[in-house]
Ligand binder design. Sequence first.
Ligand SMILES: [Zn+2]
Length: 537
Amino acid sequence: MNITSRRILLTVIVSALIVIEAFAGEAPRLIIFISVDQMREDYFERFAPYYSGGLRQLYTEGTFYSNANLNYASSVTCLGHATLSTGAYPMTSGILDNEWLNPVTRKSVYCVEDTSAGKVDGEGGGESPNNLLVTAIGDWLKTSSPKSKVITASGKDRAAILMGGKHPDCAYWYSRKNGHMVTSDYYTQHVPRWVTEFNSSQWIEKNVPPAWTKLLPESVYTKEGPDEFIAEAKVDSSSSFPHQFEPGKKTEQLLATPYGDLLVLDFAREAIRAEKLGQRGVSDLLCLSLSDCDYIGHAFGSNSHEMIDHLVRLDRALGSFFADAQKAIGVSNVLVVLSADHGVMPLPEFLSQFKHERARRIIYQTEIKKQLDSLDQLLQKEWNIHGQIFENGGFLNYASAARVGKDSLQVERRAGHILQSIDGIADVYFRRELMDARTPDRPYLSEFRRSYYPPRGEDYQIRYCEYCLVSSQTTGTSHGSVYSYDTHVPIVFWGAGAKRANVTREVHTVDIAPTLARILNVEYPRTVDGVPLEELK
Ligand SMILES: [Zn+2]
């Protein structure tokens, strides 16, 4: 053996050792992968004194990434869940928005719609991961270990479906029609008996009180601000505590209270028990997306009494759920991973009144659309064109402009100038800029690129000003921007193999799936844009 061969052999041995060390011990028997829909990273820090359950365990005992970001522009639910499970940015996964217009037919497409997916046992249907172009952590696990089970559950169809990847054992979501957890025949022809039994157990009647009231003393909440605030939306005809369910509407209003998450967690308990998740000598994956935080955040904002109360209730519920899972499977066999699909902007009125931030609400129809329409009309006159230049959904009428001798660059130059003259619009990114790597860099161009999948993309993407909430509503708040209030989310690993650490370097939600693949010792495809997190070796 010559020196070079010895060196190669040594390198192979050292590499092998590194691999062995990286996967020291067995892979966890159960990974519980949780997305708290609309959870901001600061919810851990700000409300830490009030946590005593699962959120406290995650924060104080887990590997906690305090500087995790989506790293792409469009911070909404479909993309958020697709990136969590696939490790691929929207530019790769094809899930570029909650809904988009088909560029050819201009018909709206919902991210998980699938008209070929039928009902199961008379419920659900109409949805599948058909529009998702890549595989996810559950698929990689099942390819490597066919006996492993992958089950997802959520208050929202889109979250359950996109966390599950292409071929989980099943994805279940909540039906507001009847309070059942449903699926589609993309996954199965019949649901297992435990699902039928759960759905007929009258869970809502047994577990949901007539009103949502505060759990902690009033002084905890008033430190954050008033309960009643002018910009809060009304959910049950009220924007302050106690929140009485409207008569006969518990099922419909459940997800806008903490009780929707409790239902999903109880459903997950049943999945662990009945499917023997983590108890069959292989690794299983249970993906849960908890939706209540999103509905409560949209209506009342991130500083509301409702949000504080929801989070402390979620903390308690997660603590008891984790304890039950560990009891069934063994403390060292369960790994919990928690992150979020996106954050949220605080109510702009709250920011300007109490935090002295320059924040404002822009009503889309009257402040953006109206101006754009009148500028469009002026341009039509000037160019002698009949019909709009700015078509619905971010498309431009290049064909009409071409008929009067204007090429696509002239159209975009003018369109960009017009759009940027509108108060509230900070920048515009055109298709060619998003697709051409030679476009000179400018703020947020990279983030918009990662959010853009050309075959489903519009002709241009708008970036609104920071702390500007563009909405059709006069109350409530939202997310969707590229700014940190919408994109800064928690990432935490807790349990089997995860050490206590607070990691402050910047990481991204696309890094979670390849990290889980490494923990499970399964291969992942080249469609993954993220990198395994080195702290989880
Ligand atoms: Zn969401």
